[in-house]
Ligand binder design. Structure first.
Ligand code: PLP
Length: 427
């Protein structure tokens, strides 16, 4: 071997995994166990005291999950990662390591609806306040920052698709105010966008979507970019103050450029408990092996479908940054030149009723509330996810009566176009 650094495809298959030392198993074994036997009392004490790394109890770490953590850290170019039970758990534990009661963070309004709920409602119970900003106008983030602000949060490609965020511009603002930029990279995956290369400090994922890629397992990851210096920064006491539960250890000093990942594990995951099952870690790892192939095909298929819909008589608009005419095309060329992902929205001239008929008539597309599956998926937000809102609220959320969202899968694009054509003709 030379000292050549492995490429993305190689990392997607090999990072974090070696043949099993005990059995020679080549696929990562599923360590389906709750706990691990200590060598002796001293070994146990050193694990509990964070003087040594190793396995204690699967709620705070498991060898199958550890392979997933190493693999995603390598793909994102981070220093370390933590695997957790879901994308929402990843967001929650990331904020738990940063925020105290009374603290604030600034988030883009264009986010997955579940994250908007989490930030607006659940986080109130912890005394954490979200301030909303417009990702099309980075100056609105700066305007919302004050002395209690502890982070900026955005999605790289914003759910429900169609929005590319200028990560570098937001990273500049975050650095000016010495706060970390957290990027939810679920929709892009590191194959399309690597947020750390543009100045982000922390990446979170719903691995449920494109990382796993097969619609079979819920999971999440937090990736530490290693770029933020927590030591000595009083604003982040979880990282910069002595921790009573670890004999006064200061995590930011002891663990340096992977202290954030450690804090999420030994304070957040340990005490709050959203562990990933090793079986799900195995499923997610198997999915990641083909991530580069799938993301390219997702993006190529989505562009072909978007171009077809744009020219279709029944369609009033298509919002896909891969299209040359799209308002985000320049940002897409800069941040994700390989493709703009699988998920986008379009508008039906026939409005609400046409949306309902379209999802009923499609045969190959599955009507359900997920994205990032090998299978093509469709949803009409106004009659489902956004049903409880008023017409005006739906329109502000990008879920007007005529809007349909699709997640383009890996089938033959001709079959997808054929299915859409027959469903539109019947709508
Ligand atoms: N972030 C994004 C961009 C998502 O699309 C989702 C789920 O749809 C989540 C986070 C939450 O992830 P999970 O469903 O794995 O909790």
């Amino acid at each position: 071997m030379t000292d050549r650094l492995p490429g993305f495809n190689t990392l997607a298959i090999h990072a974090g995994a070696a043949p099993d030392a005990a059995t020679g198993a080549r696929a990562t074994p599923i360590y389906q166990t709750t706990s691990f036997v200590f060598d002796d009392v001293d070994h146990a004490a050193s694990l509990f005291g964070l003087q040594a790394f190793g396995n204690i109890y699967s709620r705070i770490g498991n060898p199958t999950c550890a392979v997933l953590e190493e693999r995603v850290a390598a793909l994102e170019g981070g220093t370390a990662a933590l695997a957790v039970a879901s994308g929402h758990a990843a967001e929650f534990l990331a904020f738990h390591a940063l925020m105290q009661p009374g603290d604030e963070f600034v988030a883009a309004t264009r986010l997955y609806g579940g994250s908007i709920n989490q930030f607006n409602h659940s986080y109130k119970n912890f005394g954490w306040t979200v301030r909303w900003a417009d990702s099309d106008d980075p100056s609105t983030f700066e305007a919302a920052i004050n002395e209690r602000t502890k982070a900026i949060f955005v999605e790289s490609i914003a759910n429900p698709g169609g929005v590319i965020v200028d990560i570098a511009a937001l990273a500049e603002i975050a650095k000016r105010h010495r706060i970390p930029l957290i990027v939810d990279n679920t929709m892009a995956s590191p194959y399309l966008i690597r947020p750390f290369e543009h100045g982000a400090d922390i990446v979170v994922h719903s691995a449920t979507k494109f990382l796993g890629g097969h619609g079979n397992s819920i999971g999440g990851l937090i990736v530490d970019g290693g770029s933020f210096n927590w030591a000595g920064d009083d604003r982040y006491p979880m990282l910069s103050k002595p921790r009573p539960e670890y004999g006064g250890m200061v995590l930011g000093e002891t663990f340096g450029n992977f202290a954030f990942a450690i804090a999420c594990r030994v304070l957040g995951l340990r005490d709050l408990g959203p562990a990933l099952s090793p079986f799900n870690a195995f499923m997610l790892l198997t999915g990641i092996e083909t991530l580069p192939l799938r993301m390219q095909r997702h993006s190529d298929n989505a562009l072909a479908v978007a171009e077809h819909l744009q020219a279709h008589d029944a369609i009033s608009w298509v919002s896909y940054p891969g299209l040359r005419s799209d308002r985000y095309h320049n940002l897409a060329s800069r941040y994700c030149p390989k493709g703009a992902g699988a998920v986008f929205t379009f508008g039906l001239k026939g409005g609400y009723d046409a949306g309902v008929r379209l999802v009923s008539n499609l045969k190959l597309f599955s009507h359900l509330a997920n994205i990032g599956d090998t299978r093509s998926l469709v949803i009409h937000p106004a009659s489902t996810t956004h049903r409880q809102l008023t017409d005006e609220q739906r329109t502000i959320a990008g879920a007007g009566p005529e809007v349909v969202r699709i997640s383009v899968g890996l089938e033959d694009k001709e079959d997808l176009i054929d299915d859409l054509d027959q469903a539109l003709a019947a709508a």
